[in-house]
Write a protein that binds this ligand. Structure first.
Ligand SMILES: Cc1ncc(COP(=O)(O)O)c(C=O)c1O
Length: 397
């Protein structure tokens, strides 16, 4: 009999690299399960409670048996509430028929790249970038074209430099503003210029509502006919585990997106959709008190990291991350991250996850309490002076 046991994985997987932030988190969970104490600054998961209305709606959905497949594009009420929310936040109401509700923003990303990319298609993205973008692109047969932005220029994106990277093979430009991992917020002029370059603009707006101080995050919605907006309830509503996101797409894209959704996911979970609907209607997306709290945590973390010796030329404006230069302690960011976890009990994200230009950097999340930040800084302060001396000696060799 023929043996059909697979002996190797599909070649499509060859380009996939681990999501290092998750690897660090999984190692941290493993240590905790064995009794070690770990302060979690690696994962971008808000510690605030989800809106009460969202929790109640999820509980009610379970009670009422609203636990079934829905329209593959999502409950109509939810798509209408998402459209209303854009109207309230951006002054523009997308047609609910152009909104596809997905089980998280990540699946929305997979669908967008699956739609846009053929083998050899190029996707331009400012670097440092969200760690998973390149993997989605490569998985869909595409090639990543990075455009490095610099810390001493506040990670500002220069549309002119992006324009020079556009070729006949360009299939999309991807932007996250506010950014993970830099916290940079791009101006409306930059967003508009990117949208007008020609290729579709995939605008990841999952950190909207999380901007501190002067800046303002701008939606790409309406900036051109070829804009794909990605968003969800994970960050703004502290509802990561509900796995609910969406994609606002040009009308031409909807039939294909719907077919992919029907086949790959069928629909987002109904209780999560009901919870998301209630959260959106409650208008409790990161209330101003929580934003003030994040802003205070950011200042505390930036100041503490600078005192320890990390390089942070500019304080980040949004999201809840600080990308800091750690080269004083070593160049290999993954080794530094594992070292901090094992020796200090502090979990952080290695810069290399966000592109080669972030090697030697570490990303710290301040989606945790001020007490946790204080403890993490204290723990790091115990090991870093020794590492610095070791690093200096090695550099002299
Ligand atoms: C920029 C960015 N986009 C998307 C996601 C994924 O979000 P979701 O939980 O909705 O899948 C994340 C998660 O950290 C992110 O940082």
């Amino acid at each position: 009999m023929t043996d059909f046991t697979p002996t190797r994985t599909a070649s499509r997987l060859a380009g996939l690299t681990p999501f290092l932030v998750m690897e660090i988190m999984e190692r941290a969970l493993d240590l905790e399960a064995r009794g070690r104490s770990v302060v979690h600054l690696e994962i971008g998961e808000p510690d605030a409670s989800p809106p009460r209305a969202g929790l109640d709606a999820a509980a009610e959905a379970l009670q009422l048996g609203q636990t079934r497949y829905t329209d593959s594009c999502g409950l109509l009420e939810l798509r209408q509430a998402i459209a209303d929310d854009y109207q309230a936040r951006c002054g523009l109401r997308p047609d609910p028929a152009t909104i596809l509700v997905t089980p998280g923003t990540s699946p929305a990303m997979l669908l967008a790249f699956s739609l846009l990319l053929d083998s050899g298609g190029e996707v331009i993205m400012p670097e440092p970038y969200y760690a998973c973008y390149p993997n989605f692109v490569r998985y869909c047969g595409g090639t990543v074209v990075p455009c490095v932005t610099r810390a001493d220029e506040s990670f500002a994106v220069d549309p002119e430099r992006i324009r020079k990277l556009v070729t006949p093979q360009t299939r999309a430009i991807v932007l996250a503003s506010p950014s993970n991992p830099t916290g940079a917020v791009q101006s409306l002029e930059v967003m508009r210029a990117l949208a007008e370059l020609g290729p579709p603009l995939v605008s990841d707006e999952i950190y909207h509502g999380l901007v501190y101080g002067e800046g303002e995050a701008h939606s790409a919605l309406g900036l051109s006919d070829e804009v794909f907006v990605l968003d969800g309830i994970s960050k703004r509503y502290s509802m990561t585990g509900f796995r609910l996101g969406w994609l606002v797409a040009p009308p031409w894209a909807m039939p294909s997106l719907r077919i992919m959704q029907q086949n790959f996911f069928i629909s987002a979970a109904e209780p999560s959709q009901r919870a998301g609907l209630a959260a959106l209607r409650s208008g409790e997306g990161t209330p101003s008190a929580m934003r003030r709290e994040y802003s205070a945590r950011r200042d505390q973390l930036v100041e503490g990291l600078r005192e320890l010796g990390f390089g942070i030329p500019h304080s980040p404006q949004g999201s809840f991350y600080v990308l800091a230069d750690a080269q004083r302690y070593g160049r290999d960011s993954l080794a530094l991250a594992y070292g901090l976890l094992e020796e200090a009990g502090v979990a952080v994200a290695p810069g290399i996850d966000f592109g080669p230009s972030s090697e030697g950097m570490l990303r710290f999340s301040y989606a945790v309490s001020e007490a946790s930040i204080r403890e993490a800084l204290k723990r790091m302060g115990r090991v870093l002076p020794e590492w610095e001396k070791k690093n200096e000696k090695e550099a002299q060799r």
